[in-house]
Write a protein that binds this ligand. Sequence first.
Ligand code: UDP
Ligand code: MG
Length: 319
Amino acid sequence: MNTDQKLLSLIIPCYNEQEALPIFYREVTAVAQEMSCAYELIFVNDGSKDNTLPILKELAGQDEHVVYLSFSRNFGKEAAMYAGFCNANGDYVAVMDADMQDPPSLLPQMLDILETGEYDSVATRRVDRAGEPPVRSWFARKFYQIINKISDADIVDGARDFRLMKRDMVNSIVAMSEYNRFSKGIFGWIGFRTYWLPYENVERVAGETKWNFWKLFKYAINGIINFSQAPLSIASWFGIFMTFCSFALLAFIVIRKILFDDPVAGWASMVCIVIFIGGIQLFCLGIMGQYIAKTYMESKHRPHFIISESNGKNVKKLK
Ligand code: UDP
Ligand code: MG
């Protein structure tokens, strides 16, 4: 191997990907072999319950480019990506899904853009959401609008986790060791010069998506809480608004009493107001609870992942 040849590390989180993996491996290997740099394929088995691990072991036996890291249980895609970043040796590093939704054929173009020296990362963005239910697309668009208004992280609508980065950027990501990880926010928060490469959405080649609507909704809320303190000020704004309302109502009742000598009536309206205020208070307490829960998890300093098996050398088994 040429010693000043650059190394490209591809991180592939895999959770129950037995159908997609062989197809992905074949395609990505064909592309990587045509590229100018050396490469390693870091497959992270995120506690799969199917034959993903045996398939990875077989690939590792045949091909020295394949490194597998196998988690002791399912820790989630964020943890799998972090384990990949912590164990990647490349000068260039990319994260790719195993289901071919991140087309390997884009890699040479992405590398060319990085090698011009003008950018530190090349990120991909889907220009359409073909094949996705309209309700999900609507919520996704709203999520990007909201999070961009209320947080420092610049998050582009349709951005995928698929991006090719230089070593400096990867080091910054590894240094961001927060427990509650939201990579789209982390990529935006650390900055660096990013080139956005648009491409048309590709549907999963085999197997099933691991995301349902509820999981995506929780992921979105998680992203907002991780990158913005704005929800915490909702309580203050509600408080100020309710105080003004109560003054206005008080004035209305006093004037009505003086002018019309109208006694205060309305058990029903009273109950509505009590329930309304109680609801708002619980809602605001809930928001604070979310932040406290995150702080609690951060303060425990638990590892992000536990690697139980690997064929790699000097693997960071915990971090
Ligand atoms: N994934 C993972 N752990 C999980 C869920 C998903 O490592 O708990 C991997 C999965 O194997 C795939 C990538 O993350 O390579 C994206 O998952 P998926 O295709 O289900 O998400 P979608 O593309 O539908 O957003
Ligand atoms: Mg997918």
